[in-house]
Ligand binder design. Structure first.
Ligand code: AMP
Ligand code: MG
Length: 419
């Protein structure tokens, strides 16, 4: 039996190179992983432009201006966003300008419309005049070309999981196609005579295959493509046949669920060995999830996950998810861990790392963790209700109420408060 940390390092060491990249449209980018650095081919914004609706002017023309001593300027043009001024601003002149319009030549700043007033009757008399009530600083309300992004700057790093805002930045820079890592194909083979598919009728003694569904979702959420290999019967020949069939599906990872423990019909480990698996370990010092096997067949990482739904989901989270991310070139493989105050104590077995499902409350900047109820490895609800997984270290035997504990966040939201 090996420790969780050791198991994880063996697994991650076996994944050396990220998968090759492929080009996709920007709109197919969310949650994909960049396969190369992106450098800006232009500046952002591309030209000096107005941050406000107002008047573009020369700042020195407003020196000493105030409510009582306004400066009068002549408005020589109207400028909307998307157009260029025809005229050049000279002394005591201004151009009415809308947010986002290019700063006219001659102007160095913009005064907000709120600090100006049209001189009544002036327009009728043939010229449009405004009063400016405020001294405007050089550069005021001007968004300078390149203040956001400079040409040639590295804006996104290889290995970034793309977020919506990244796509916006890329669009602004004129990048319409991006090179992202190919999504790993992850085969899922369930095993067990007791299992039927969700669409079949339940008869006595049978249960529905829920794990393949949890795992499919987990694979998709990690950026992989689930490849459903169905359910194998607890029969050596059939398990072997289905694994062999699965291995022909161009898989990047194979996950076999169940049949990996020490029961009479736990055949998976033997079959994997028969198929030439280089078994790196079997059994990890953790709960749930102890009977976990890992190795490679023809350099494809193969996981034998324990069959209990919570065990398979937790071992996926701890070991398979980081593998799928690493295959895509992601650097940061782990979800954030927060420190929480434990609201009910529990005892545990020394030597095993426990993964306790907890609900979190977030109050006044602190997290409070409550167990999601019974923690049996067959209780799917202990996972469904969980905001996070409390990771209880190997060396402790008891965690008391009030203890500070580490909780890996499983979802963005938990019971919190508006700030
Ligand atoms: P095993 O690891 O095959 O001994 O299975 C342990 C427990 O998990 C048994 O109660 C199985 O019925 C259950 N189990 C195994 N595979 C699945 C599955 N795909 N979906 C739901 N339960 C499962
Ligand atoms: Mg079984």
């Amino acid at each position: 039996m090996i420790k969780v940390r050791k198991a994880l390092s063996i697994i991650l060491d076996s994944i050396r190179k990220p998968l090759p990249g492929e080009k996709v449209d920007l709109l197919d980018g969310p949650d994909r992983v960049l396969a190369c650095d992106i450098r800006a081919k232009c500046t952002l914004p591309p030209f000096d432009n107005s941050a406000m609706d107002g008047y573009a002017l020369r700042s020195h023309d407003t020196q000493g201006a105030s409510k009582d001593k306004p400066r009068v300027l002549k408005v020589i043009e109207d400028l909307r966003a998307g157009y260029i001024a025809k005229k050049i601003i000279k002394d005591n002149q201004a151009i009415r300008i809308m947010t986002g319009a290019s700063i006219p030549r001659g102007a160095d700043s913009v005064v907000m419309v709120e600090f100006t007033k049209k001189v009544p009757g002036a327009k009728e008399a043939g010229e449009e005049l405004i009063e400016v009530f405020k001294e405007v600083k050089m550069g005021e309300n001007v968004r300078k070309a390149g203040e956001d992004v400079k040409k040639g700057e590295k804006v996104l790093k290889k290995g970034t999981i793309l977020r919506p805002e990244d796509l916006g930045l890329l669009a602004a820079l004129g990048v319409s196609k991006i090179k992202v890592a190919r999504r790993p194909r992850v085969g899922i083979l369930a095993t067990g005579d007791e299992l039927i598919d969700v669409k079949e009728r339940l008869s006595r003694g049978k249960i529905r295959n829920s794990n393949s569904y949890i795992l499919s979702g987990q694979i998709i959420k990690s950026g992989g493509i689930p490849v459903d290999l169905g359910i194998a019967k607890d029969d050596r020949r059939k398990v072997r046949r289905d694994i062999e069939k699965g291995l022909k599906e161009d898989l990047d990872i194979l996950v076999v669920i169940g049949g990996i423990s020490v029961g009479d019909y736990d055949l998976v480990k033997d079959v994997l060995l028969e198929l030439g698996m280089d078994m790196r370990f079997w059994r990890v010092a953790m709960r749930p999830g102890k009977p976990l096997a890992f190795g490679t067949i023809d350099s494809i990482p193969v996981f034998g996950l324990p069959g209990n739904p919570v065990s398979s989901a937790i071992t996926f989270e701890e070991f398979v998810r980081p593998s799928i991310l690493k295959m895509q070139g992601v650097k940061n493989l782990f979800r954030p861990v927060v420190t929480a105050i434990l609201m009910e104590g529990f005892r545990k077995k020394k030597g095993l790392r426990y993964f306790i499902r907890v609900k979190l409350k977030n109050k006044a900047g602190k997290f409070y963790a409550v167990l999601t109820g019974p923690q049996g490895s067959g209780i799917i609800n202990s996972l469904v209700l969980a905001d996070g997984i409390l990771i209880a270290p190997e060396e402790v035997e008891e965690l008391k109420k009030g203890a500070m504990v580490s909780v890996r966040l499983l979802r963005h939201g938990c019971d919190g408060e508006a700030v």
